[in-house]
Design a protein around this ligand. Structure first.
Ligand code: HEM
Ligand SMILES: *[C@@H]1O[C@H](CO)[C@@H](O)[C@H](O)[C@H]1NC(C)=O
Length: 331
């Protein structure tokens, strides 16, 4: 009898939270069970599309992980990043950090189309981004975590906020810390989440300054290891070749591991924003780079925690926003 009561009250809470999740229950935020009844196949559908997409193009895992980051830092995790230009929308896709850079929109479209067939008008594009980021991490060999769900999709986008909130690759450590603080993320989150650069590629335009003109001095960044530096110059000439790409983690570009942190210790971090975690004279971030380079389990653990934290940035819940039918436009 007691266990019956327990099960009943559990079900009630889950039902209430998925059916009536509103601002009237401020204690009820996102929950992993959100689609348990309305779309129990949601997780499998996301995973199956990603398995194919990543088998075809291993870099796609990195691109999808990045999409969730660029979504969450602009008006919160509300799929604003997915909206195309229209009469009412000025797309974030044309912002400085995003233009000629973000990838993976077609994969999100494919997931959304499958979900609309199986559970129409139920799973938000913002939740698809959060699940895709987790599954991309797992499929690349990284940690697993439960993804809190129940985000809804925005009816707006902000090109301006996309330009201001997403840090540039030549940011100082102070700028990185400030931009993360503005999102409620601390130094521990900054270092762990930067570990996403254990997979994926970056364009010459994003690291050229380090090779030829660090701090406007017409000199290379002295922290770059010699051989690595020479290799980068071959990919990234002083003029032209803006879209030539180089791995963010040169030793294992499609494997989610803690090599990224070891590379930083060896002067082989690609972006200035990677390097300054160690050389920016902030004790806390320096220590964490060393700790994660030593201990992959600790990095995986903190990465999972920080991804949940990032995924919780200002979601639309209750009656706010909408569930888009097509992730590229408002209903
Ligand atoms: C700390 C501040 C960060 C800066 C300054 C930064 C900057 C960049 C830049 C410049 C690129 C290359 C873009 C291009 O070539 O056009 C890149 C790629 C990438 N970033 Fe970040 N990033 C940061 C944090 C993050 C975070 C928090 C994540 C995810 C949790 C992330 C995930 C990625 C991934 C996976 C790629 C590779 C994408 C691909 O290959 O398509 N980054 N980042
Ligand atoms: C970063 O790069 C941008 C664009 O190339 C440039 O305008 C800016 O001055 C650079 N900032 C720093 C701190 O070097």
């Amino acid at each position: 009898m007691a266990s019956f009561k327990l099960i009943c009250s559990f079900l009630l809470v889950v039902l209430m939270s998925s059916c009536f999740q509103t601002q009237a229950f401020p204690g009820l935020g996102l929950i992993p069970e959100f689609y348990q009844f309305s779309c129990p196949q949601a997780n499998e559908i996301v995973m199956s599309v990603l398995e194919n997409a990543i088998a075809k193009d291993p870099r796609m895992a990195a691109s999808l992980l990045r999409l969730h980051f660029h979504d969450c830092f602009v008006q919160g995790c509300d799929a604003s990043v997915l909206l195309d230009d229209s009469k009412t929308i000025v797309s974030e896709k044309n912002s400085r950090p995003n233009k000629n850079s973000l990838r993976g929109f077609e994969v999100i479209d494919e997931i959304k189309a499958k979900l609309e067939q199986v559970c129409p008008h139920t799973v938000s594009c913002a939740d698809i981004l959060a699940l895709a980021a987790r599954d991309s991490t797992v499929l690349s060999g990284g940690p697993h975590w439960e993804v809190p769900l129940g985000r809804r999709d925005s009816r707006t986008a902000s090109l301006r906020i996309s330009n201001t909130n997403i840090p540039a690759p030549n940011s100082t450590i102070q700028t990185l810390i400030t931009k993360f603080k503005q999102q409620g993320l601390d130094e521990e989150d900054l270092v762990a989440l930067s570990g996403a650069h254990t997979i994926g590629m970056a364009r010459c335009a994003t690291f050229r300054q380090r090779l030829y003109n660090q701090n406007g001095k017409n000199q290379p960044d002295v922290t770059l290891e010699k051989n690595y530096y020479n290799g980068l110059k071959a990919v990234c000439p002083k003029v032209g070749g803006d879209n030539n790409i180089s791995p963010l983690d040169v030793s294992s570009p499609v494997r989610f591991d803690n090599k990224y942190f070891k590379l930083i210790l060896w002067g082989k971090g690609l972006l200035n924003s990677d390097e300054v975690l160690l050389t920016g004279n902030v004790k806390k971030t320096m220590e964490l780079v060393r700790i994660y380079a030593e201990n992959e389990d600790l990095f995986f653990h903190q990465f999972a925690n920080s991804m949940v934290k990032m995924g919780n940035i200002n979601p639309l819940i209750g009656f706010k926003g909408e569930i888009r039918k097509n992730c590229r436009r408002v209903n």
